[in-house]
Write a protein that binds this ligand. Structure first.
Ligand SMILES: [Zn+2]
Length: 273
């Protein structure tokens, strides 16, 4: 439906305005809000091309240059759109975390991650039940925080299990509390990213590590190191030698695995196997 749709499908031709019902059923909440703020002409007019950054609608190199400069400013930390989210954007963009983590958090705040509830609104899927607990609707807040199957993780870090967080009703409020109350926001963002990745891996039917491992890996990545573990067993499966070690974080997960394999062979040599 979306591929064939045109903008005028979102309009109520009879009343000369936006069709709120269709917009809210088709777009994500923050998109719907933006669209409905666009004023519409009251009379039917032929379509024309227009450049919105010049009062007369015509493109000039000068206005194009100014537009690009503004775009550049807006992508810099602390230079967001001046809305009520500004302090949160500033805090978020100043986090010392990988850019993929910042981007994921940035997308989660306006509810623009493809959690099942959002996909149902876009008519991409039909059911919005959580695949993990099978007991609740999966919106962004549920997938990343409120799912009962994540409780064990939050109990591990009491600062994230605080009542001010437990009672929030939106992801933006959750993140607002984490930042305002300085509840380890960098580690929290790392965990949120890891949880979303884990959720997507589970959806593909692949196995994932435990929540304990997820938390430890998030801590390691934040400290720019990785943990490797080696266990040498005899033919009965009994552990003979084990080793755990932290190593500086290499470029990729494949490299971590290669280094772990190498350390395992070194350990075997060192212990005479
Ligand atoms: Zn759930």
């Amino acid at each position: 439906m979306l591929a064939e749709s045109k903008v005028n499908k979102l309009m109520d031709q009879d009343r000369g305005g936006w069709n709120r019902e269709v917009i809210e059923a088709t777009l994500l909440p923050f998109e719907a809000e933006i669209v409905q703020k666009i004023p519409l002409c009251n009379t039917n007019q032929p379509d024309t091309l227009t450049w919105p950054f010049n009062p007369n609608g015509e493109y000039t190199v000068k206005s194009g240059y100014k537009f690009l400069q503004t775009e550049l400013q807006n992508t810099r930390p602390g230079q967001s759109d001046g809305s009520r989210l500004n302090p949160l954007w500033q805090s978020m963009w100043s986090l010392t975390v990988p850019s993929k983590v910042r981007n994921l958090t940035w997308r989660a705040v306006p509810n623009s991650l493809p959690a099942k509830q959002n996909l149902v609104k876009r008519k991409i899927i039909q059911g919005d039940g959580c695949d993990v607990c099978h007991d609740n609707r999966e919106d962004v807040l549920h997938a990343l925080y409120k799912c009962p199957r994540l409780e064990a993780l939050w109990h591990k870090v009491p600062t994230w299990n605080h009542s001010s967080l437990r009672h929030v009703t939106s992801f933006i409020d959750l993140l607002g509390c984490v930042f305002a109350e300085n509840r380890e926001p960098e580690l929290f963002s790392m965990v949120i990213w890891a949880l979303w990745t884990r959720r997507n891996t589970l959806k593909l039917g692949k196995s994932v590590g435990t929540l304990d491992q997820l938390l430890n890996q998030a801590r390691d990545k934040l400290q720019n190191c990785a943990g490797i573990g080696v266990v040498i067993r005899n033919k009965c499966g009994q552990a003979m030698v084990s080793l755990s070690q932290r190593i500086p974080l290499p470029y990729s997960a494949v490299e971590v695995e290669a280094l772990a394999a190498r350390r395992g062979l070194e350990l075997a040599l060192e212990t005479g196997f």
